[in-house]
Design a protein around this ligand. Structure first.
Ligand code: ASP
Ligand code: MG
Length: 404
């Protein structure tokens, strides 16, 4: 059986007209002799509406009921899609997570899909029906409805592709692929034809909002090729696949950036074992995510300076936590909420020397000061002043030949 999984995001099913359009896309695969499994997000805005209602009822809405509530949007979009397909003469039905079932593990609202029972859907596909599966939801082993994190329909699609051994997994969205950098910021951004899971994962966690990072990780672990394309525009999108399938000789695949970082520097911290742990313990306990960290070598063996970055929205809370932390002694705290992180990403840097130098040199030529640096095997990130952001992205985009 030749199976395709088609995922539609919230904007793709955001209105009745769009659902009619999406139905045509689905039918085009039936005509190509695919057995089609569709999975859809809620109509755009619907999930946010439900979350708002939960907050109006209680600022401590019980998590089991929260998932019942916020998963409701997908029931509507999926039945509308099936309804339209029926209207056009095609056999189709919707499936909610519990009807399949899709089993999940983990906490409510951040569960992960563990297993999908294939029997009923396979039977339905064989009988010529189009299965429209509600994304973002499942049930846990207590038989309660769960959800799998915002944007989770991407992960639903990947797991459906995995369990049904789909020939293709196509993510239909409101952009026509993944770009070398944000096309709204840099006009010369180019669509990337093929990208590896690792690069995409970095791009997604560093701010390129095409797919939910979890889902890319799921695809990587299960070796599922993902085809990202637009539901509004015809034409090829971006293929996310394993490195081995990529022949392009680009060293750097993309430049990504964030706009909402903040930096805290602790001056004159007593330098002894355990201080760093003492500084970060309360942050961890308050679910504050620390991103970049640098500590200077202590010049006198007694004191050191430590800088780290967090999201801007966590700044005031973090500052308070540091100030009231009795386990650490320091002379002064400096905060800066106007910083941005710019990163270059590419598996090519593993085998190419000089990438770091080229990056720093390009920034230096534009007089852009680097505040903090962090690297991984396939990524180099620098923290800079936010006013230099556009200039930095633009110069790096050019330096690494991403314009052509
Ligand atoms: N409707 C859910 C959300 O808005 C899931 C999704 O869109 O994938 O987060
Ligand atoms: Mg979405």
């Amino acid at each position: 059986m030749k199976i395709v999984v088609l995922k539609f995001g919230g904007t793709s099913v955001g209105s009745i007209d769009r659902i009619k359009k999406v139905s045509k896309i689905i039918i085009s695969y039936v005509k190509k002799n695919y057995k089609v499994i569709v999975t859809s997000s809620a109509m755009s805005g619907a999930t946010n509406e439900l979350i708002k209602k939960s907050k109006e009822i209680s600022n401590n809405f019980i998590s089991e009921e929260y998932d019942v509530l916020v998963s409701a949007g997908e029931q509507i979009s999926c039945s509308l899609i099936s309804g339209r397909l029926n209207h056009l003469g095609y056999k189709s039905r919707s499936w909610l997570g519990w009807q399949i079932p899709i089993f999940t593990k983990g906490d409510h609202s951040s569960s992960r899909i563990q297993n999908i029972n294939k029997k009923n859907i396979l039977k339905y596909l064989k009988s010529g029906g189009i299965s429209v599966v509600a994304g973002f939801q499942g049930i846990n082993f207590n038989n309660r409805i769960t959800t799998i994190g915002r944007g989770g329909t991407d992960a639903s699609a990947i797991m459906l592709a995995r369990f049904f051994k789909a020939e293709k997994c196509i993510i239909y969205t409101d952009v026509d692929g993944v770009y070398t950098t944000d096309p709204n910021t840099i006009k010369k951004a180019k669509k990337i034809r093929v990208i590896s899971y690792e690069e995409m994962l970095e791009m997604a966690s560093l701010g390129a909002k095409v797919m939910q990072p979890h889902s890319i990780q799921d695809a990587r672990l299960n070796r599922i090729d993902i085809d990202v394309r637009s539901s509004f525009k015809k034409g090829e999108g971006t293929l996310i696949t394993k490195r081995k399938n990529i022949s392009s000789n680009k060293i750097i695949r993309g430049v990504s950036f964030t706009k909402n970082d903040a930096k805290i520097t602790l001056i004159g911290v007593k330098d002894r074992p355990g201080v760093a742990a003492s500084i970060f313990e309360p942050l961890y306990k308050n679910s504050i995510n620390v991103d970049m960290v640098v500590q200077n070598i202590s010049s006198n063996g007694k004191e050191t300076d430590l800088t780290f970055t967090i999201k801007s929205e966590d700044l005031s809370k973090t500052e308070k936590l540091v100030k009231k932390n009795k386990k650490i002694k320091l002379r002064r705290i400096i905060v800066d909420s106007r910083v941005s992180k710019v990163s270059i990403i590419g598996v090519g840097m593993i085998t190419t020397p000089g990438v770091t130098y080229r990056m720093f040199n390009a920034l230096a030529k534009k007089n852009i000061n680097i505040i903090v640096i962090s690297t991984s095997e396939i990524k180099i990130s620098v923290l800079i002043n936010r006013k230099d952001l556009k200039k930095a992205v633009s110069v790096l985009h050019k330096e690494f030949n991403l314009e052509n």
